[in-house]
Design a protein around this ligand. Sequence first.
Ligand code: ZN
Length: 100
Amino acid sequence: MKTWVENYIQGPPERLSVERVPVDAGPCPQCGSEDIRRYPIGCVWGARMVTKCQACLHTLEIERPQRADSWPPFRSLTYEWEPAPSERASRGAREQDKQR
Ligand SMILES: [Zn+2]
């Protein structure tokens, strides 16, 4: 796991590919493939971690990245903080997409 400093101090990019980590999530409900992988994505809700079947690209799970995921790079130190009461109304949509 990276420290918070290592999320800010980074050298030039060494690779431009994403490591798709195999996970034991059982067979794909769509095609039955056992090749299920988890990896970071950027989507309409922002940075997310996705668990997808690599054979048919069926999405098994989309979740908010945890600190151990080191995604997104240069993430804010306040990324995981609860919003202040004055911000909660504007973050209503974000509370809903935590489920996504
Ligand atoms: Zn599949």
